[in-house]
Design a protein around this ligand. Structure first.
Ligand SMILES: *[C@@H]1O[C@H](CO)[C@@H](O)[C@H](O)[C@H]1NC(C)=O
Ligand SMILES: *[C@@H]1O[C@H](CO)[C@@H](O)[C@H](O)[C@H]1NC(C)=O
Length: 435
């Protein structure tokens, strides 16, 4: 295990050097966007009565600290320092111009007090909770309408203690949609790095209606059978920074979810997910996900390695998505791009809201223990276009090539793909967009 991880680190470092041009370009997208900067003021959670003994509930201390930072603003912002210790707390909000810093040995632990967990309105683009009708549980760490927020540290941990929530899901006793671990809404300039997220009740990081969200150097852990513990789930429908109007809310289920890699049980030496979302108000009520870059990830012991999905009923688009330099180990399917995943919250969706998927490149992927290379399944009335697989090598358990790809209603190109790509992609190499 240790040896193979070291091998991975070396391989990724080598790749990073080889592809430095790409790397620099990616970093340039984030200039001024990811302010992982020093803040002129640092306060400690202990100044607000926090006790890191693993038993004291610190919700009030965190809320007081954030209130202080919000109401006595310092130019350049404030760092809230969480020293080593186990800090049990309920859900709390962040504020603009702050850094939440988790020192080495610091564990921010969510209380398992599900009965008094705060509720909030469902996302307008869903019109209801993702799992249950009506309100949803607030995320453990939440931000709404913020700018310039950093969550970072020295390998500190945010532990969602999700087991109680997973069990409620398994026993069908959930009253409301489960909480995300970290969620930002209507925010911009968010940087999350250098910490470990584990055992999220639901999705780990959910930026929604956000711009300029950068997630780098993260380790995200959950048992492989934990339900819906997606790593980073960038969403959706951002209408030029405005909230959808009532009308659009009604069209409401217009939404996309780009389920960027489920990062489970993984230990990437260096993983970066840059989701640059620029959603434009193209047609009334429709939005999309575009300009997303995911690179340098390792995904271990998961269902899907790389998964992009949408549904009839969501409308809008997924466009200009690049996923590169990903290592997979022990996954059920390497790559899945799907246009009808069927997970509608209810049956009231519009058959005419057909999403388009265009210009998706999956490049430099190396997988072992991959049961199925994957499936690229578009929508009959709107085939996916310009899907490019380049240098994607997926092997089964004993260095055999994995089983065959499954494709339909998809057009694109493939270069250096193992096992052999399906005919839909093998056709169109001259087009230039897949090199
Ligand atoms: C946190 O933010 C949410 C959404 O903006 C708000 O409804 C809630 O009252 C806030 N909670 C606290 C404790 O400030
Ligand atoms: C595609 O997305 C990348 C970010 O991944 C961005 O830098 C680039 O400008 C986008 N291309 C177009 C044509 O919008």
């Amino acid at each position: 295990m240790a040896a193979s991880l070291r091998g991975l680190a070396v391989a990724l470092a080598a790749l990073a050097v080889l592809l430095h041009g790409t790397d620099a370009a990616a970093a340039a997208t984030c200039v001024g966007v990811a302010p992982a900067k020093q803040r002129p003021e640092v306060v400690s959670i202990t100044e607000f009565g926090g006790v890191g003994d693993g038993r004291t509930v610190n919700t009030w201390a965190f809320r007081k600290a954030v209130y202080r930072i919000q109401h006595q603003r310092r130019r350049g912002g404030t760092t809230l320092h969480v020293p080593a210790g186990t800090w049990l707390t309920g859900s709390f909000n962040l504020t603009s111009h702050m850094t939440l810093f988790l020192a080495r040995g610091a564990v921010l632990k969510a209380t398992q007090d599900t009965r008094s967990w705060p509720l909030m309105a469902p996302l307008p683009s869903y019109g209801r909770g993702r799992e249950m009708p009506g309100a949803r549980y607030a995320s453990f760490i939440h931000g709404n309408g913020l700018r310039d927020v950093v969550i970072t540290g020295d390998k500190g941990v945010i532990d969602g203690q999700g087991e109680v929530w997973w069990n409620m899901w398994r026993r069908r006793t959930l009253q409301h949609t489960r909480p995300n671990l970290v969620e930002f809404m209507h925010s911009s300039g968010i940087h999350i790095s250098n910490i470990i997220l584990k055992n999220s009740p639901f999705w780990n990081i959910h930026p929604v209606y956000c711009d300029n969200v950068v997630v780098t150097n993260m380790m995200i852990l959950a048992p492989h059978d934990s339900p819906n513990t997606d790593g980073v789930d960038p969403g959706l429908v951002h209408l030029d920074g405005r909230r959808p109007s009532g009308d659009q809310e009604r069209v409401g289920r217009v939404r996309h979810r780009l389920r960027a890699p489920e990062l489970r049980h993984h230990n990437p030496p260096r993983a970066r997910l840059v989701a640059v979302q620029r959603h434009r108000h193209r047609q009334r009520g429709l939005g999309g996900v575009r300009d997303v870059l995911v690179e340098d990830c390792a995904v271990f012991d998961a269902g899907y390695g790389i998964h992009i999905k949408t549904n009839v009923g969501r409308g809008g688009y997924i466009r200009n998505v690049t996923v590169s330099r990903v290592r997979l180990r022990n996954v059920r399917a390497g790559v899945r791009i799907a246009g009808d995943v069927g997970d509608h919250p209810d049956a009231r969706f519009s058959q005419s809201a057909v999403p388009t998927v265009d210009d998706v490149t999956i490049r430099d992927v190396w997988g072992v223990g991959v049961q199925q290379p994957g499936s690229l399944e578009g929508i009959r009335s709107a085939p996916f276009t310009r899907i490019c697989l380049s240098n994607v090598k997926l092997y089964g358990s004993r260095n055999d090539a994995a089983a065959a790809w499954k494709c339909r209603d998809v057009r694109g190109a493939a270069l250096g793909v193992r096992p052999s790509p399906c005919a839909e992609l093998a056709t169109n190499l001259a087009s230039g967009y897949c090199t």
